[in-house]
Design a protein around this ligand. Structure first.
Ligand code: CTP
Ligand code: ZN
Length: 159
Protein backbone atom coordinates (compact mmCIF):
# COMPACT_ATOMS: atom_id res chain seq x y z
CA UNK A 1 0.00 0.00 0.00
CA UNK A 2 1.26 3.46 -0.81
CA UNK A 3 0.29 6.25 1.49
CA UNK A 4 0.82 9.90 0.86
CA UNK A 5 1.27 11.77 4.04
CA UNK A 6 2.19 15.27 4.96
CA UNK A 7 5.16 15.47 2.64
CA UNK A 8 7.87 15.67 5.25
CA UNK A 9 7.17 12.10 6.36
CA UNK A 10 9.01 10.60 3.43
CA UNK A 11 12.21 12.04 4.78
CA UNK A 12 11.68 10.75 8.29
CA UNK A 13 12.00 6.99 8.07
CA UNK A 14 15.40 6.46 9.67
CA UNK A 15 15.23 2.77 10.37
CA UNK A 16 13.75 0.32 7.95
CA UNK A 17 10.47 -1.47 8.49
CA UNK A 18 10.48 -4.82 10.19
CA UNK A 19 8.95 -8.08 9.00
CA UNK A 20 7.60 -9.66 12.19
CA UNK A 21 8.12 -8.31 15.67
CA UNK A 22 7.56 -5.27 17.85
CA UNK A 23 8.11 -1.56 17.33
CA UNK A 24 8.32 0.45 20.53
CA UNK A 25 7.61 3.97 19.40
CA UNK A 26 7.36 7.35 21.13
CA UNK A 27 9.97 6.52 23.74
CA UNK A 28 11.25 9.69 25.40
CA UNK A 29 14.51 10.84 23.88
CA UNK A 30 17.49 9.16 25.52
CA UNK A 31 15.65 6.13 26.94
CA UNK A 32 16.21 3.64 24.11
CA UNK A 33 19.15 1.92 25.76
CA UNK A 34 17.11 1.52 28.93
CA UNK A 35 14.34 -0.06 26.87
CA UNK A 36 16.87 -2.55 25.54
CA UNK A 37 18.10 -3.22 29.09
CA UNK A 38 14.54 -3.95 30.24
CA UNK A 39 14.06 -6.34 27.37
CA UNK A 40 17.38 -8.00 28.20
CA UNK A 41 18.73 -7.25 24.75
CA UNK A 42 22.46 -6.66 24.44
CA UNK A 43 22.98 -8.04 20.97
CA UNK A 44 24.99 -11.02 22.17
CA UNK A 45 22.33 -13.49 21.11
CA UNK A 46 22.17 -12.27 17.56
CA UNK A 47 18.89 -10.39 18.01
CA UNK A 48 17.98 -8.18 15.07
CA UNK A 49 17.30 -4.79 16.57
CA UNK A 50 17.16 -1.25 15.17
CA UNK A 51 17.33 1.81 17.36
CA UNK A 52 16.64 5.42 16.48
CA UNK A 53 17.64 8.02 19.03
CA UNK A 54 16.51 11.61 19.34
CA UNK A 55 14.61 11.62 16.10
CA UNK A 56 12.06 14.39 15.52
CA UNK A 57 8.50 13.54 16.53
CA UNK A 58 5.11 15.22 16.32
CA UNK A 59 4.03 14.14 19.78
CA UNK A 60 7.27 14.48 21.73
CA UNK A 61 10.01 16.99 21.14
CA UNK A 62 12.44 14.18 20.39
CA UNK A 63 11.75 10.50 20.51
CA UNK A 64 13.58 7.23 20.52
CA UNK A 65 12.30 4.20 18.69
CA UNK A 66 13.22 0.55 19.14
CA UNK A 67 12.39 -2.15 16.61
CA UNK A 68 12.84 -5.76 17.59
CA UNK A 69 12.56 -8.37 14.86
CA UNK A 70 11.04 -11.74 15.71
CA UNK A 71 9.77 -10.93 19.18
CA UNK A 72 6.45 -9.90 20.69
CA UNK A 73 6.58 -8.50 24.21
CA UNK A 74 4.93 -9.99 27.28
CA UNK A 75 2.61 -7.94 29.47
CA UNK A 76 5.25 -7.96 32.24
CA UNK A 77 7.79 -6.44 29.90
CA UNK A 78 5.31 -3.81 28.76
CA UNK A 79 4.49 -2.97 32.41
CA UNK A 80 8.12 -2.29 33.22
CA UNK A 81 8.61 -0.37 30.00
CA UNK A 82 5.79 1.94 31.05
CA UNK A 83 7.91 3.12 34.00
CA UNK A 84 10.60 4.60 31.79
CA UNK A 85 8.57 5.16 28.63
CA UNK A 86 5.12 6.32 29.81
CA UNK A 87 4.10 7.59 26.38
CA UNK A 88 5.33 4.64 24.38
CA UNK A 89 3.26 2.99 21.71
CA UNK A 90 3.69 -0.76 21.29
CA UNK A 91 3.14 -1.88 17.69
CA UNK A 92 2.97 -5.58 16.90
CA UNK A 93 4.04 -6.17 13.32
CA UNK A 94 3.23 -9.27 11.30
CA UNK A 95 4.14 -9.63 7.65
CA UNK A 96 5.22 -5.98 7.56
CA UNK A 97 1.82 -4.69 8.75
CA UNK A 98 1.00 -3.19 12.14
CA UNK A 99 -1.66 -5.62 13.39
CA UNK A 100 -1.95 -4.29 16.93
CA UNK A 101 -1.19 -0.91 18.44
CA UNK A 102 -1.48 -0.12 22.12
CA UNK A 103 -0.32 2.52 24.53
CA UNK A 104 1.50 1.35 27.62
CA UNK A 105 -0.47 1.43 30.82
CA UNK A 106 1.27 2.23 34.08
CA UNK A 107 0.53 -0.51 36.62
CA UNK A 108 -0.22 0.47 40.25
CA UNK A 109 2.37 -1.97 41.56
CA UNK A 110 5.34 -3.88 40.16
CA UNK A 111 6.48 -7.00 41.96
CA UNK A 112 9.72 -8.90 41.52
CA UNK A 113 11.10 -6.74 38.73
CA UNK A 114 12.99 -3.90 40.43
CA UNK A 115 15.40 -4.24 43.31
CA UNK A 116 15.37 -1.76 46.17
CA UNK A 117 18.49 0.46 46.30
CA UNK A 118 18.35 0.59 50.12
CA UNK A 119 20.87 -1.98 51.41
CA UNK A 120 18.96 -2.14 54.70
CA UNK A 121 15.68 -3.05 53.02
CA UNK A 122 14.26 -6.46 53.91
CA UNK A 123 13.97 -7.24 50.19
CA UNK A 124 17.70 -6.92 49.63
CA UNK A 125 18.77 -9.17 52.51
CA UNK A 126 18.81 -12.93 52.78
CA UNK A 127 15.09 -13.18 53.47
CA UNK A 128 13.13 -14.58 50.57
CA UNK A 129 11.02 -11.46 50.17
CA UNK A 130 10.08 -10.38 46.66
CA UNK A 131 10.52 -6.73 45.86
CA UNK A 132 7.38 -4.65 45.58
CA UNK A 133 7.13 -1.06 44.41
CA UNK A 134 4.13 1.22 44.17
CA UNK A 135 4.12 3.24 41.00
CA UNK A 136 3.85 7.00 41.62
CA UNK A 137 3.18 9.60 38.98
CA UNK A 138 6.86 10.52 39.01
CA UNK A 139 8.68 7.44 40.29
CA UNK A 140 8.34 4.29 42.35
CA UNK A 141 8.20 3.65 46.12
CA UNK A 142 9.37 0.49 47.87
CA UNK A 143 6.42 -0.97 49.75
CA UNK A 144 8.73 -2.31 52.48
CA UNK A 145 11.07 0.55 53.35
CA UNK A 146 9.46 3.52 51.62
CA UNK A 147 12.48 4.42 49.51
CA UNK A 148 11.39 6.54 46.57
CA UNK A 149 13.25 6.41 43.29
CA UNK A 150 12.46 8.98 40.65
CA UNK A 151 15.38 8.79 38.26
CA UNK A 152 17.36 5.91 36.91
CA UNK A 153 14.55 3.46 37.50
CA UNK A 154 16.03 1.25 34.78
CA UNK A 155 19.13 0.75 36.95
CA UNK A 156 16.95 -1.04 39.53
CA UNK A 157 15.85 -3.73 37.14
CA UNK A 158 16.62 -7.15 38.58
CA UNK A 159 18.80 -9.21 36.33
N1 CTP B 1 6.81 0.04 11.47
C1 CTP B 1 7.92 -0.75 11.19
N2 CTP B 1 7.78 -1.86 10.39
C2 CTP B 1 6.60 -2.18 9.84
C3 CTP B 1 5.46 -1.38 10.12
C4 CTP B 1 5.60 -0.26 10.95
O1 CTP B 1 9.01 -0.49 11.67
N3 CTP B 1 6.53 -3.26 9.04
C5 CTP B 1 6.97 1.19 12.37
C6 CTP B 1 6.72 2.52 11.70
O2 CTP B 1 7.93 3.01 11.14
C7 CTP B 1 6.28 3.37 12.88
C8 CTP B 1 5.60 2.38 13.82
O3 CTP B 1 6.02 1.09 13.39
O4 CTP B 1 7.41 3.92 13.56
C9 CTP B 1 4.11 2.47 13.78
O5 CTP B 1 3.68 2.28 12.44
P1 CTP B 1 2.35 2.96 11.90
O6 CTP B 1 1.23 2.64 12.80
O7 CTP B 1 2.21 2.60 10.47
O8 CTP B 1 2.76 4.50 11.98
P2 CTP B 1 1.96 5.74 12.54
O9 CTP B 1 0.57 5.73 12.05
O10 CTP B 1 2.79 6.95 12.27
O11 CTP B 1 1.97 5.45 14.09
P3 CTP B 1 1.45 6.38 15.30
O12 CTP B 1 0.10 6.85 14.94
O13 CTP B 1 1.46 5.44 16.48
O14 CTP B 1 2.45 7.49 15.45
ZN1 ZN C 1 13.07 -1.15 50.11
Amino acid sequence: MRTMSNGADDHKLRVSKIHNGTVIDHVHGGQALNVLAILGIDGSEGEEVSVGMNVPSDRLARKDIVKVEGRELSQDEVDVLSLIAPDATINIVREYEVVEKSRVDRPDVVEGVLSCPNPGCITTGDEPVDSRFEVLSDGVRCSYCGTIVREEIASLIET
